[in-house]
Ligand binder design. Structure first.
Ligand SMILES: [Zn+2]
Length: 230
């Protein structure tokens, strides 16, 4: 599989937005995206190192499983990551997407997710010219951006570094700032930084999936095995 670059990721993300009726710059509500794309999505507690997984059935039906013990910001990024596997992965295979991205497909999916959730053009529009150069970005702007795009502090900061708004030194300074405390200080809702959505289901439940998930908590391995049978 070919490794995509930053430019490829931007093109694929723009294509995904255009094909699904979203503008190039609007912040995306990932639940709306899942509904529009008709992807059956389940939020369940998974193991500590797992973010989520996705599967495309032979019938063409698409499934996503998201770890509800991760923060909402992380969950949004994981959904965008899974969209890469479902729509652009040349060789999709059932796997758990987790904390240590291993292999080309995982890195490609992360680059796509970053470009889809935080389009460069959109991010730059949101930053005052005084803060967009010279590492002058304030924590107030970081908070506004992460809340606007619904992403974790880490995702937002790494994106800002990749598009050249901050350098490595500034990245490290901003990464050290406490998330919940700074959000509270500036009057933001802190749900982005907390787990959530446990038990939530998006999409139509097929008979097999219903039978499977009504049993309660299942293992990731079990999920992959059963979904492969559909
Ligand atoms: Zn993955």
């Amino acid at each position: 599989m070919r490794r995509i670059n930053v430019r490829d990721a931007e093109v694929l993300a723009a294509k995904f937005r255009a094909e699904n009726g979203f503008s190039h710059t609007e912040p995306l509500d990932m639940k709306t995206v899942l509904r529009k794309c008709n992807i059956l999505t389940l939020y369940r507690p998974l193991s500590e190192n797992a973010y989520g997984m996705s599967l495309k059935a032979r019938s063409g039906d698409k499934f996503v499983l998201i770890n509800s013990t991760r923060t909402l910001g992380r969950q949004h990024f994981t959904i965008a990551h899974e969209l890469y596997h479902l729509f652009y992965d040349e060789n999709p295979r059932p796997h758990i997407c987790g904390m240590d991205p291993d292999g080309v497909a995982e890195k490609n999916a992360n680059m796509f997710a970053s470009a889809l959730l935080m389009p460069q053009e959109s991010v730059l529009q949101q930053i005052h010219s005084k803060e967009s150069i010279g590492n002058a970005l304030s924590i107030a702007t970081v908070l506004r951006l992460e809340q606007l795009y619904g992403v974790s502090r880490e995702s937002m900061l790494y994106r800002l570094k990749s598009i050249g708004v901050i350098d490595e030194k500034k990245l490290q300074v901003l990464l050290k700032m406490p998330k919940v405390e700074t959000a509270k200080e500036y009057g933001y809702d802190i749900s982005l930084y907390l787990p959530g959505n446990d038990g939530l289901i998006i999409g139509d439940f097929g008979a097999i999936a219903r039978e499977l998930f009504e049993k309660g908590k299942i293992s990731e391995g079990h999920y992959v095995e059963l979904m492969n049978m559909i």
